[in-house]
Design a binder for this molecule. Sequence first.
Ligand SMILES: [Zn+2]
Length: 139
Amino acid sequence: MMRVHTCLHLLSAVIEYPVTGGQVNDGKGRLDFAIPESNLDKHEITAKLNELIAGNHVVDQDWITDAELATQPDLVKTMSVKPPSGAGRVRLIRIAGQDLQPCGGTHVANTSEIGPVTVTKIESKGRQNRRVAIELNDI
Ligand SMILES: [Zn+2]
């Protein structure tokens, strides 16, 4: 679950559109993106994801205050899920040089732990919604 979840962070870095939803299952997961026109290529996204995974990027965390987050709304990629806040501070998950976003989930410590993945499906779910599914190759 940690590997798929961390991979979805990378997917949101590869596909630079707002995330409208997502799901993680055993060995696979998916994100929905708000994309007006769809020209997503499974093979291209698979290649970019695997390049990032193999890039050995460290995954670590940082904290900012609710007030700091409020001044940097671009950090929040998932429109439908508010980041955990209210305690005065918010945890950010950083994938070195690739991605930074608020998240309360559990992650691997290095992208290489994810192992090779494949984008298995890209579906249209509504006029502006594209669902991108990934799967770990060793599951
Ligand atoms: Zn996360």
